[in-house]
Design a protein around this ligand. Structure first.
Ligand SMILES: Cc1ncc(C[n+]2csc(CCOP(=O)(O)OP(=O)(O)O)c2C)c(N)n1
Ligand code: SF4
Ligand SMILES: [Mg+2]
Length: 309
């Protein structure tokens, strides 16, 4: 009781690899056979997550995989690590609690465009502005896949779905602009059809000390086939990376870049260092502890009760 556990941010997030401990393999990480449709873009995001864990020598007890509800949100089922398949739209609220109380963990959130920007839109905004240290990957397929083809917040105008039989009439949101406006300190964009690039973005996001957001185009072959062909050179499209001259600390420049019509650019749009909510709170806690130095927990409690009388 005398010594509460000290959870220092960053200190133990990357566990020094014990020499006798081999990196986890895909075989050890795969929990279940993914139930996605053959050809779904989500397969490649999962495969690259396994690769990331193996390459960066992360251990099961140091990662948490969290999602909401949707095809993409089935993600944690397929990963042999701690995690939660949480309520629709609430993955970031749950993940915030995990990240703040266990700063030694890598917290990864995977979710769909509906999960993160419709029902979960407010949680997205607030997690970004609080700069909570976690990585959020939006597996954007421009449709509600799990519920079989409704218009999502990223569906383009004119998209015909069960909720817009004559074509979508609402202007879509742009996830990169949304993240920038919300205050995310790392904002990137990639596509499932370029595995090396997905891997690069995931590594950079994981290393960022703050809220890192990746929009990852992930095709729904069942309900929006061909949606991202224009971004895939193998299908006659173009894959343009963020120009080398782009200043990633320039928010206005990032916004302008994100405003380019589809297929737009891929890469890191924005990255700045700002204290995280966890770090600010750790400072407050340390200052309070300093003031109460030498007192036992029961004495602190007694003092508080006395003040309340
Ligand atoms: C509170 C609540 N509202 C609605 C639903 C129904 N629902 C489940 S998944 C989903 C949307 C899924 O779309 P998206 O997040 O884009 O994921 P995808 O399936 O496309 O990967 C909806 C509306 C639900 N499960 N819970
Ligand atoms: S419905 Fe679409 S998003 Fe869902 S598993 Fe099938 S292809 Fe993937
Ligand atoms: Mg979707």
């Amino acid at each position: 009781m005398d010594k509460p556990p000290v959870l220092s941010p960053d200190a133990s997030r990357t566990v020094p690899a014990a020499p006798e401990r081999k990196p986890l393999t895909k075989k050890e990480l795969a929990a279940d056979h993914p139930t996605w449709c053959p050809g779904c873009g989500d397969f490649s995001v999962l495969a690259l997550y396994f690769k990331l864990i193996e390459k960066r020598r992360l251990w099961q007890e140091k990662i948490t995989t969290i999602s909401g509800i949707g095809c993409s949100s089935r993600f944690p089922y397929f990963v042999q690590s701690y995690g939660a398949h949480y309520i629709h739209g609430r993955s970031l609220a749950f993940a915030s609690g995990v990240a703040l109380s266990r700063p030694d963990l890598h917290v990864f959130v995977f979710g769909g465009d509906g999960d993160l920007f419709s029902i979960g839109g407010n949680h997205f905004t607030h997690t970004a502005r609080k700069n909570i240290k976690l990585t959020c990957v939006a597996m954007d397929n421009w449709v509600y896949g799990l519920t079989k083809k409704q218009t999502s917040p990223t569906s383009p105008l004119g998209f015909k779905s069960k909720t817009d039989v004559w074509g979508a009439v609402d202007y879509p949101i742009n996830p990169v602009k949304q993240a920038l406006a919300a205050g995310a300190t790392f904002v990137a964009r990639t596509t499932h059809s370029n595995p090396n690039h997905v891997m690069q973005m995931m590594e950079a996001a994981m290393d960022h000390d703050g809220f890192s957001f990746i929009e990852c185009l992930s095709e729904c072959v069942e309900f929006y086939e061909g949606a991202f062909d224009a971004a895939n050179p193998r299908k006659g499209g173009v894959f343009n990376t963020v120009p080398a001259t782009h200043d990633v600390t320039n928010e206005v420049a990032a916004y302008k870049l994100a405003d380019e019509p589809f297929p737009g650019y891929f890469g890191i749009f924005y990255q700045v260092q700002r204290p995280t909510k966890g770090a600010r709170e750790a400072e407050l806690i340390a200052a309070a502890r300093e003031k109460l130095k030498g007192l036992k927990d029961w004495q602190i409690l007694q003092k508080t009760f006395e003040k309340m009388q």
